[in-house]
Unconditional design. Sequence first.
Length: 349
Amino acid sequence: MTTTAPRNPMSSLRRRLLILAAAALVLAGLGTSVVLHAASRADRADRPQAGGPTVSAGRLTLGQKGRLTFVNGAAGPHRTAVASVPSADPGSPRTATDLKCVRFYAASGTGVCLQSVPGVLKQSNRVLLLDANLRTRHTFPLAGNPSRARVSPSGRFVAWTVFVSGESYSSAFFSTRTSVLDTRTMRLTPSLETFSVVLDGKPYHASDVNFWGVTFASDDDTFYATLNTANRTYLVRGSLSRRTVTTLAENVECPSLSPDGTRVAFKKRVLSRTALWHEYVLDLSTLRETPLAERHSVDDQATWLDDDTLAYALPTDGKVGSSDLWTVPADGTGTPRLLIRGASSPAPL
């Protein structure tokens, strides 16, 4: 009969401790590698590039007239900072603030900034409500990755959209959450999905309803947005006081209401060989669509610089994660024109 020597409990404990220590060292090394890699990428992005635009630190107030604000995308220490240039001379040196945002918009002395703050294991997303001096009035956590932001013409209402799942509107599966804040009462509507929906003249209820891309009218009640359900997108007109939305037209995404309130610029899904979306303008009185001269795919919520001109971001050729601002006439004539290199989220003051 063969006998087996009894196990040494202390020896077994030592082996477990050694395995745990080794695992901890591996994880620590991996974490350090990730942090150093991220720091290296951030360091490269923070280095000004030769031939790039001149960007200097300065002060901005939202009460300034004749200036165009945007999120600066040029490499250097002011990358992602809210910056501004004279509207009449967009190619002039940029004045950058110390406020950094993924998305920014402003109107009538009210600003909104969507931020992603990186962390070791997970980034933190939040929205800042700003006063005319870009001081933070209130901070709200975001339920997902920043996508769209708008302020009503009076500055009273602010809206923002985040991706709760998925990473872009071109993804097969994604969901969004759109919130609206009354800056006078600080009443927050966490999700437009609580509003009643009228689709094709009938009350509509579905579990797959998503909203994004709010744009406000000047009456502090009417708004327009995109409604997505059953794999279709619709332009909806909403009422903040009645908490309802009604569909107006199909295949409309990221609407932007003109200053005179008569037209909506939007991106239309076309699924051509060269583009996923094309930019159009919809006449709200006739629902007639006018295709714009831009033939590249525009995945942005365009901004009206005035009643005749739209601005939007397009990816910079050969630069991942970088975009330039372009303009195009709103009547379908003319040709696209480069407005500002290395920029996004335009907002005229």
